[in-house]
Design a protein around this ligand. Structure first.
Ligand code: ADP
Length: 312
């Protein structure tokens, strides 16, 4: 109740699938603008779920990093709906920039800056035992100074408990890794790294790389564009509960194939991209290893955040 009284709710900013978002400000300092995200909680879950979710989200309040949206407060309102008070980020998201091909131009140095911010955010989450589990361009919001901030931790869960089984039905389909598509119940930070790889690919080609219309089609796209998961490249994969692949096995594509389509970020950039899109999650690069990659130090230098392209 005290948390709720700290903020004043204003006009509606937008509506998402699971939430209505309102502009708000601090009662104490009206200059501090916030976004209040009111999660639609289904009736049948209203008793019990909201308090649980509040507890789950409390630890996200401790996650402080320049590339992670600040969660200022969490409270459940009298109708049992869940309210998240977030840092207000009015400049849209990365998806808007990627899609606005006619008006927004950007190059390798800009992609390197955005990818650096995203990778640092993901590394910080994983270092703090948090999986994001829904990384996509539309969840990368842009601050007034150009900083990209990872948002929408709606699905985030701590993975501190390694024995804990988790649901496989997470991550927007296009960004979902093969281990989740095959129904793996024990998964790791590698799921986020796969999504980061697909954001990287999408920044380069300015279109989703693997836009499957169904889970079956998603698996088929991965097999055709990246390679078919087999016991040879991923020991144990055929034992996963929902393992099925098209019968025409495709060998994992080599660097030359990627250079043709993604060469705009140079040979080192393509090397990093390939390492994020390794089929076997155990062999996939980690966020920490990504930060040590040569690409960041290869020319061109990443664009300074204040100089990054923004929506017009
Ligand atoms: P979606 O992910 O479907 O866009 P959201 O519920 O995350 O839905 O957000 C709905 C809309 O509210 C967004 O499109 C955006 O315009 C706005 N919004 C969300 N979060 C913020 C924020 N932190 N600052 C400013 N606007 C926001």
């Amino acid at each position: 109740e005290e948390e709720k009284r700290k903020y004043v709710k204003g006009k509606k900013l937008g509506e998402g699938t699971y939430a209505n978002v309102y502009l708000g400000h601090s009662r104490q300092d009206p200059a501090v603008l916030v976004a209040i995200k009111k999660i639609k909680v289904q009736k049948e879950y209203k008793d019990g779920l909201a308090p649980d979710a509040v507890r789950e989200l409390k630890h996200l309040q401790e996650l402080h990093h320049p590339n992670i949206i600040s969660l200022l407060s969490v409270f459940s309102s009298k109708d049992q709906n869940l309210n998240l008070v977030l840092e207000y980020l009015p400049l849209g998201d990365l998806e808007m920039l990627i899609r606005d091909v006619d008006r927004v131009r950007y190059g390798a140095a800009d992609i390197k800056a955005w990818m650096g911010m995203l990778t640092r955010a993901v590394w910080f989450c994983h270092d703090n035992y948090v999986l994001h589990r829904d990384i996509k361009p539309n969840n990368l919001l842009i601050a007034a100074d150009g900083e990209v901030k990872l948002a929408d931790f709606g699905l985030a869960r701590s993975f501190a408990d390694p024995g804990r089984k988790m649901t496989a039905n997470v991550i927007t389909r296009w960004y979902r890794p093969p281990e989740l598509l095959f129904g793996a119940r024990h998964y790791s930070g590698a799921v986020d790294v796969w999504s980061v790889g697909l954001v990287f690919a999408e920044l380069i080609i300015r279109a989703p790389f693997l836009p499957g219309n169904s889970e079956v089609e998603q698996i088929a796209l991965i097999c055709r564009q990246i390679g078919t998961p087999t016991e040879e490249n991923w020991p144990g994969v055929t034992q996963l509960k929902e393992y099925t692949v098209p019968s025409d096995t495709v060998a994992v594509w080599g660097k030359e194939a990627y250079m043709g389509r993604f060469g705009a970020v140079g040979a080192e950039g393509v090397d990093l991209l390939i390492k994020t899109l390794v089929l076997d999650p155990k062999k996939r690069i980690t966020a920490r290893e990504m930060l040590e990659h040569k690409w960041w130090r290869t020319d061109p230098k990443p664009t300074r955040k204040e100089e990054l392209p923004r929506k017009s």
